[in-house]
Design a protein around this ligand. Structure first.
Ligand SMILES: Cc1cc2nc3c(=O)[nH]c(=O)nc-3n(C[C@H](O)[C@H](O)[C@H](O)COP(=O)(O)OP(=O)(O)OC[C@H]3O[C@@H](n4cnc5c(N)ncnc54)[C@H](O)[C@@H]3O)c2cc1C
Ligand SMILES: NC(=O)c1ccc[n+]([C@@H]2O[C@H](COP(=O)([O-])OP(=O)(O)OC[C@H]3O[C@@H](n4cnc5c(N)ncnc54)[C@H](O)[C@@H]3O)[C@@H](O)[C@H]2O)c1
Length: 445
C-alpha cells in the first residue's frame, strides 16, 4: 500500500532548470507535485554550468575591453586575480542549492532528496519509501563523459575547473567544443598557458567553419595553443603534473581537463522497470515529449534529441509538457529558431538556418559582412566583428552566424526578427537607441 501522502498527480525527477520549471508550472495550475533530486537543487546551469562560467568570464571580458584600449587611454592591462574572481563566483553558487529547494517548498511543491528508481510503471522508490503518481516527468540532465583511456582518473571536469582555488601555470583541455573554448578563454586571461588537444581538425563543428577558423586565430593571439588530429591514448602522472600521450605526441601540463562531451543521466533510474526506452544519447520521446511509457514524459538535456542541450530549451520543453498535462494543449512540440552561443572574447553565435547549410543551396542568399570598422566595434577597438546573414527567396532573414563581443545581444535581436518574420521595413521603422548594436540592425537585414 502506498501512503496517501506519497501519492501525487505528477512526480518530477531532477531539480535543474527543466525539472524546476516543470514543477512550478504544474504546481501553479493546481496539481499535487513532488520533485526528487539526488544531488544539488538548481541543477547544472546555476551550480556548475552557465552561471558560474559567465561570472568567471565577466572579469575576463572587462580585462579584454581594457586590453583593446591599450594606448588608447590605458597604458597597462590589469591582471585578473583568479582566486578573487573564483571566490566572487562562489558567493553566488553557494546559495543556489538551498535557495532553489526552499523556493520550491515555499511554493507548495514537495521536495524529496534521494536516489529514485522505478519499481513499476507508475511507482518509484526513494530512500526505501514508495511514491506513486499519475504522471512522471524525467529531467535528470547530463554529466561529463569520461574518456576510456588509461589515466582517465587524472582528468578534471568543467566543474573541477570552475572550483579551482589556484589557476595553474599550464593547463590542457581535451576536446574543442563549447566548454573547451569558453574555459580556455578564461584560463588564458588569468595567467595560465593553455593548450587544446582535439581528435580531428574540425573544432566547434556545428558552427560555420570560416568563423571558427577566425575564432581559433583570436584564441591563438591570446596565447592558446591548438593541437589538432591528436587522439589521446593515455594520461600519466609525473613528478610535476601530468603527461598527455598520443601517437608521436607528448604534452606536459599541471592539470588536464576532459571536455569531450556530456552523457545523459539515465543509468540509476531502472527505466526498464517502467518500460521507458533510451539510447546512449538519452531518453527517447515522441513529438509530445512522451516516452515509451505514455504516463512518463522527459524534458531537457536527458532527451535523445536533435535540438541543442541548453537551459532555455529545457525551460521551453517544461512549459510545453505542463501545457499538455494541464490539458491546455494537444499539439506536438514545435521549436522556434534557437540561438546558440560560444561565450568569450569574441563570442561566436548562430541562429536559425545554418550558414553552412545555406551556402550551396539556391533557396537561400548568404550575405557575409566584416563589421570591424562599424562605429559600434570601432569605438571599443574590437579586433574582429563579422556577420553572415541568411535570407530566403522573399528576402526574409532565416538564419545568421555572428562573431563579436556583442554577438550575444545581436543574436537575440535576430532571433526575434526570424521568429516574428520581420521585414526590412519594420526594422528600419523601429526607433532604436543610437549608437547601439540594435541601431545597426537596419544595415544587417
Ligand atoms: C560548463 C557548462 C556551461 C554551460 N553553459 C551554458 C550556457 O551558457 N547556456 C546554456 O543555455 N546552457 C549552458 N550549459 C548547459 C545547461 O547547463 C543545461 O542545458 C541545463 O542545465 C539543462 O537543464 P536540465 O534541467 O535538463 O538538466 P540539469 O541542469 O543537468 O539538471 C538535472 C538535475 O537532475 C539531477 N539528477 C540527475 N540524475 C538524477 C537521478 N537519478 N535522480 C534524481 N535527480 C537526478 C541532477 O543532480 C540535476 O540537479 C552549460 C553546461 C555546462 C556543463
Ligand atoms: N555556451 C553554451 O551554451 C554552452 C557552454 C558549455 C556547454 N554547453 C553544453 O554542454 C555540452 C557539452 O559541452 P562540451 O564542450 O563538453 O561538448 P561538445 O559536444 O560541445 O564538444 C566536445 C568536443 O570534444 C570532441 N571530442 C570527442 N572525443 C574526443 C577525444 N577523444 N579527443 C579529443 N576531442 C574529442 C568532440 O569532437 C567535440 O568537438 C554542449 O554540447 C552544450 O550542450 C553549452
Amino acid at each position: 500500500m502506498v501512503k496517501s501522502e506519497n501519492k501525487f498527480d505528477v512526480i518530477v525527477i531532477g531539480a535543474g532548470p527543466a525539472g524546476l520549471a516543470e514543477g512550478y508550472a504544474l504546481n501553479s495550475a493546481g496539481k499535487k507535485v513532488a520533485i526528487v533530486e539526488n544531488y544539488q537543487w538548481g541543477g547544472t546551469c546555476p551550480n556548475r554550468g552557465c552561471d558560474p562560467k559567465k561570472m568567471l568570464l565577466s572579469g575576463v571580458q572587462a580585462r579584454d575591453h581594457i586590453a583593446q584600449l591599450k594606448n588608447k587611454g590605458f597604458s597597462d592591462v590589469p591582471f585578473v586575480n583568479w582566486s578573487e574572481i573564483e571566490a566572487f563566483k562562489e558567493t553566488y553558487t553557494s546559495k543556489i542549492p538551498g535557495g532553489s529547494r526552499n523556493g520550491a517548498v515555499s511554493a507548495g511543491i514537495t521536495a524529496i532528496d534521494g536516489e529514485p528508481h522505478f519499481i513499476a510503471e507508475n511507482q518509484i522508490e526513494v530512500n526505501n519509501e514508495t511514491f506513486q503518481a499519475d504522471n512522471f516527468v524525467i529531467a535528470t540532465g547530463q554529466r561529463p563523459s569520461q574518456l576510456n583511456i588509461p589515466g582517465k582518473e587524472y582528468l578534471l571536469t568543467s566543474t573541477d575547473f570552475m572550483n579551482l582555488k589556484k589557476m595553474p601555470k599550464k593547463i590542457t583541455f581535451i576536446g574543442a567544443g563549447y566548454i573547451a573554448f569558453e574555459l580556455a578563454t578564461i584560463a588564458s586571461s588569468t595567467g595560465a598557458q593553455v593548450h587544446i588537444v582535439h581528435h580531428n581538425d574540425r573544432p566547434l563543428k556545428e558552427f560555420d567553419k570560416s568563423y571558427v577558423d577566425e575564432l581559433v586565430k583570436q584564441l591563438e593571439n591570446r596565447g592558446v595553443k591548438f593541437h589538432f588530429n591528436i587522439d589521446t591514448t593515455s594520461i600519466v602522472k609525473s613528478n610535476d603534473g601530468f603527461t598527455l600521450n598520443a601517437e608521436g605526441f607528448k604534452l606536459e601540463s599541471d592539470l588536464i581537463v576532459g571536455a569531450t562531451g556530456r552523457i545523459p543521466n539515465t543509468d540509476k533510474l531502472d527505466l526498464e522497470k517502467s518500460g521507458i526506452k533510451y539510447t546512449n544519447k538519452g531518453i527517447q520521446v515522441n513529438d509530445h515529449l512522451q516516452t515509451t511509457n505514455t504516463r512518463v514524459y522527459a524534458i531537457g538535456d536527458v532527451l535523445d534529441k536533435k535540438e541543442p542541450k541548453l537551459t532555455p530549451i529545457a525551460g521551453f520543453e517544461a512549459r510545453y509538457v505542463a501545457s499538455v498535462l494541464n490539458k491546455d494543449n494537444s499539439d506536438k512540440i514545435i521549436y522556434p529558431a534557437i540561438p546558440t552561443l560560444v561565450y568569450g572574447s569574441p563570442e561566436l553565435a548562430k541562429v536559425g538556418i545554418n550558414t553552412i547549410d545555406a551556402k550551396d543551396n539556391d533557396e537561400y542568399k548568404v550575405v557575409d559582412q566584416d563589421l570591424t570598422k562599424w562605429f559600434t566595434y570601432y569605438r571599443t577597438n574590437e579586433p574582429i566583428a563579422k556577420a553572415k546573414v541568411v535570407f530566403d527567396k522573399n528576402n526574409q532573414i532565416v538564419g545568421a552566424t555572428i562573431m563579436s563581443n556583442e554577438a550575444d545581444e545581436v543574436i537575440n535581436y535576430l532571433t526575434i526578427a526570424i521568429n516574428k518574420k520581420m521585414k526590412h521595413d519594420e526594422i528600419v521603422n523601429t526607433i532604436f537607441a543610437y549608437p547601439t548594436p540594435a541601431s545597426d540592425l537596419q544595415y544587417l537585414l
